[in-house]
Structures are given as structure tokens and as C-alpha cells.
Design a protein around this ligand. Structure first.
Ligand SMILES: CC(C)(COP(=O)(O)OP(=O)(O)OC[C@H]1O[C@@H](n2cnc3c(N)ncnc32)[C@H](O)[C@@H]1OP(=O)(O)O)[C@@H](O)C(=O)NCCC(=O)NCCS
Length: 178
């Protein structure tokens, strides 16, 4: 699967991405609110190998887009799509710290929302976020997603319980924005 935006190319993760992926995914500022935090480059290699084994749009599985600058090909982030079922998709997006604050995440997510609603004809897209993750909350609100649930202490993070907030968009809301 390949998507292009003004500044980005979205395609599959490759073996040679492991070092760059590890460098930003293991950064504490990036992994703070993430479920997956690689502890070694080898773990990142295995993550990419697992991703490569799963075809795009396989029910009940994740597909991880690589976000690359169109100009240089540099890996600047990734965007995971969870094909929950035939109607619903979840996503999560990550940028390397050096590439944040440029609008790249919003650009990538808009391209993926267009794919999911216009081409794949899904009914609902959602993202799950720790409400302390203000950069992500801002991103989801900037994209026009609607806050529809706040689950109190629904995840255990080590010794503490943390909240989970759900932002969603329906196909009708996506088309009404056009
Ligand atoms: C969540 C995350 C991807 C958001 O990244 P981000 O850089 O804030 O989002 P964008 O790329 O859309 O950039 C938006 C910012 O760039 C600014 N910007 C600069 N140039 C811009 C341009 N040309 N177009 C749009 N926005 C631009 C915007 O004003 C905005 O800044 P602000 O937040 O200070 O108002 C990032 O914080 C991240 O990777 N966090 C760690 C991983 C994580 O927790 N992910 C969430 C899992 S769901």
C-alpha cells in the first residue's frame, strides 16, 4: 500500500528502517504514552518482520505505515492502522521528535482517513489516547475527531492506573467536512 501527500510518502516498513525506528520509538518523549516501547534494536527488527508478515486489511490485525519525507526518503514516523472488523478501523501515529511541530502527523492522518473512508468504505475510525498526551489530543481535535468516551483508570501502567479517551469520526462526518 502506497499513499502520497504534499510532503510524505506512506509505505511499508522495511528491514533497513530498524535503526531509525528504534532511535525515535525508544526515545522517552515518544514512548511515554505508547503501548509499544522497544528495548533493543533487535526487538525493532522483530517488530518489522512481524509487520511484514501481515497483509494490509487483514481483519483483527495491525498494519504499520512508514512515514517518509518525499524529498529525501528519510523515515520520520509511523502510523499504525488496526483493522478491527469490516466496519471499524483504529489508528495511532508517531513522529520522531525532530519532525514534530510541522503538521506532518495531521497530513499523514488525513491521507489515511481518505483511504479508509473513501476507498475502503469503512463506517467508523477511532483513536485511543491517554488524556495526559496533550500533543495527541490536540492533533485529534485539529483533525475534527469527536471525543466520545473517557474511561477512568482503564489501563494499568506499571503500578498505576491510567485513563483512556476515545476520539472517533464516522463516514458521514468525514464526508460532511468536504
Ligand atoms: C502525537 C504526535 C504525532 C503529534 O505530532 P505534532 O507534531 O504535534 O502534530 P503535527 O505533525 O500535525 O503538527 C502540528 C503542529 O505543527 C504546527 N505546524 C507547523 N507547520 C505546520 C504546517 N505546515 N501545517 C500544519 N501544522 C503546522 C502546528 O501549528 C502544530 O503546532 P501546535 O501543536 O504547537 O499547535 C506527536 O506528538 C508524537 O509523535 N508523540 C509521541 C507518540 C504518541 O504519543 N502518539 C500518539 C499515539 S495515538
Amino acid at each position: 500500500m502506497l499513499l502520497e501527500t504534499a510532503r510524505l510518502r506512506l509505505d511499508s516498513l522495511r528491514g533497513e528502517d530498524a535503526q531509525a525506528l528504534f532511535a525515535y520509538r525508544a526515545d522517552p518523549s515518544v514512548s511515554r504514552y505508547q503501548g509499544w516501547r522497544p528495548t533493543s534494536p533487535d526487538e525493532t527488527v522483530r517488530f518489522i518482520e512481524r509487520e511484514q508478515a501481515v497483509a494490509f486489511d487483514t481483519p483483527d490485525s495491525w498494519f504499520q505505515f512508514a512515514l517518509r519525507l518525499r524529498d529525501s526518503g528519510e523515515l520520520v514516523g509511523d502510523l499504525g492502522l488496526h483493522f478491527v472488523n469490516a466496519d471499524t478501523v483504529e489508528f495511532g501515529v508517531t513522529l520522531s521528535p525532530a519532525q514534530q511541530g510541522r503538521g506532518l502527523a495531521a497530513e499523514a492522518v488525513r491521507a489515511v482517513l481518505a483511504l479508509v473512508f473513501d476507498s475502503l468504505k469503512r463506517h467508523r475510525v477511532y483513536a485511543s489516547v491517554d488524556p495526559r498526551n496533550l500533543a495527541c489530543v490536540k492533533l485529534l481535535e485539529r483533525l475534527g475527531m469527536r471525543k466520545e468516551a473517557h474511561f477512568r483508570e482503564s489501563w494499568r501502567e506499571g503500578d498505576i492506573w491510567v485513563d483512556d479517551v476515545i476520539y472517533a469520526m464516522l463516514a458521514g462526518e468525514w464526508s460532511a467536512r468536504m
